[in-house]
Design a protein around this ligand. Structure first.
Ligand code: FAD
Length: 419
């Protein structure tokens, strides 16, 4: 049983891949007392229900399952002296002077002090209410992640004939999983003219299993009073409105929603952190520090990641910067604003410092072929294809950043002929 101390150098909220990597980063920075708190029984976060392979290709050059990937970090964290792990406990509140209130069955209600806090609470799925699908409210409509948990962790099948609304990665993965479990997946229906999941998942989960992907298509009505009986599907026009004259019905007993993730930021809002309305996460500096000094953020709570390897890379840095701060080593303030320009939906972090190499993550607004990523007027990187579902990772050298000292650095994605 974990015996809690009254003071920790770094307290980490969430024991998913972000929280675990932040603990490793904080330890590597020299911190002696680190606490990871998670509300679940096991550390690993959402990875515990992702039993398919495909994790760790960047970090370990191996294809691991989600639990295998999490296990590597759980072992590392357990083997380090000075890292306490507290499961089945919930962080209720963080005060601006970094007093952390937590509650758990083994500890009761406790307040501890922290030198720095890392927010790594992950994300939750957008559910049916978020998109107001017309129709009845029968049993059998659920998020793809809930179905993933039922099948992979509880040994239950959500239904027999499944329609999937939205082409997010979890929906694509579940299309394959449910087919392998003997269900019939009628198709994946996506309102946008492009898929919202990774290309590798479209190939490995849909094409390889002959599951149709209907783009520019939405669910116009859900039928069935007690249980889902069928769904009316319709193509959408350019304004995304369903063209009901061309609608058709598909029989199914289950509808899975894979329509995006929302960063889990209740604590961030309680702390009145400055938020980015586009990412849904806090605004952060180049050290991943939020607008409240001493509070850092990483992983899906900061912005939604498509690859866990990126979560790990970002979170190790957040943990290391939090650890440095807790040990009294503060970095100079950032003096460059980062601005999302043409065809860039967002960039993280929001401000930069020219004193070191900086990792920037960004997403495009719409798919574009043969384009150029332009950084101010100084750096141009040719890109064959950008799509909104695949995050772009960029490292910017200090010599480039020094040219923008005290100004704004704009990132654009432009066609090659405009560059
Ligand atoms: C349902 C679902 C399925 C996914 N499937 C895949 C997939 O198949 N492949 C893939 O590459 N990516 C998948 N992802 C993306 C995945 O979320 C990221 O790759 C990665 O897991 C994000 O890590 P994280 O640590 O930021 O968040 P998470 O893994 O979500 O971990 C956050 C942790 O914080 C804990 N927590 C939250 N609030 C508190 C609190 N107040 N107190 C204590 N603990 C708290 C939660 O219990 C959780 O364990 C999936 C995401 C979801 C939501």
């Amino acid at each position: 049983m974990t015996v809690l101390q009254a003071h920790y150098d770094v307290v980490i909220v969430g024991g998913g891949p972000a929280g675990l990597a932040a603990a490793v980063g904080a330890r590597d920075s020299g911190c002696g007392r680190i606490l990871i708190v998670d509300r679940e029984k096991e550390m690993g976060g959402i990875l515990n229900q992702c039993i398919h392979s495909g994790f760790g290709l960047h970090n370990f050059k191996e294809e691991l399952t989600g639990p295998e990937y999490a296990d590597r970090f759980i072992r590392r964290v357990r083997s380090e002296p000075g890292i306490d792990i507290l499961s089945e406990s919930f962080i209720l509140d963080i005060s601006p002077d970094l007093r952390v209130t937590l509650m758990g069955s083994s500890i009761g209600l406790v307040e501890i002090r922290a030198g720095a806090v890392v927010l790594a609470m992950g994300a939750r799925e957008r559910a049916r209410g978020a998109i107001r699908t017309p129709g009845y409210r029968p049993a059998g409509v659920m998020t793809a992640g809930l179905a993933q948990r039922m099948v992979n962790m509880e040994g239950l099948l959500p239904g027999k004939r499944i329609a999937i609304l939205g082409s997010g990665d979890i929906g694509l993965i579940m299309a394959r999983r449910l087919t392998l479990e003997g269900c019939e997946v009628t198709g994946v229906y996506e309102i946008m003219p492009y898929c919202n999941g990774l290309t590798r998942n479209v190939v490995q989960c849909l094409k390889d299993f002959d599951i149709p992907l209907h783009l520019s298509t939405t669910m116009a009505f859900i039928h069935g009073r007690d249980r889902v009986q069928k769904v009316t599907l319709a193509p959408v026009a350019d304004d995304c409105q369903p063209q009901l004259a061309k609608a058709w019905d598909v029989d199914c007993d289950t509808i899975l929603m894979s329509i995006g993730l929302i960063p889990e930021n209740e604590l961030s809002r309680q702390l009145r952190l400055q938020m980015d309305p586009i990412t849904g996460g806090p605004r952060v500096s180049s050290t991943l520090e939020t607008s409240l000094p001493g509070v850092f953020a990483c992983g899906n709570v900061l912005h939604i990641h498509d690859l866990v390897d990126y979560v790990t890379e970002e979170s190790m840095r957040a943990g290391a910067f939090a650890g440095e701060l807790a040990q009294g080593r503060r970095r100079p303030q950032d003096n460059i604003e980062l601005q999302a320009g043409d065809n860039v939906r967002y960039c993280v972090p929001h401000t930069l410092s020219p004193d070191r190499e900086i990792s920037v993550y960004l997403r495009c607004i719409r798919p574009q072929r043969d384009c150029i990523l332009r950084l101010g007027n100084f750096l141009e990187k040719p890109l064959r294809l950008v799509i909104p579902s695949e995050m772009i990772h960029l490292t910017i050298k200090p010599e480039i950043l020094q040219r923008f000292y005290g100004t704004t650095l704009r990132i654009d994605i432009v066609p090659r002929e405009d560059a």
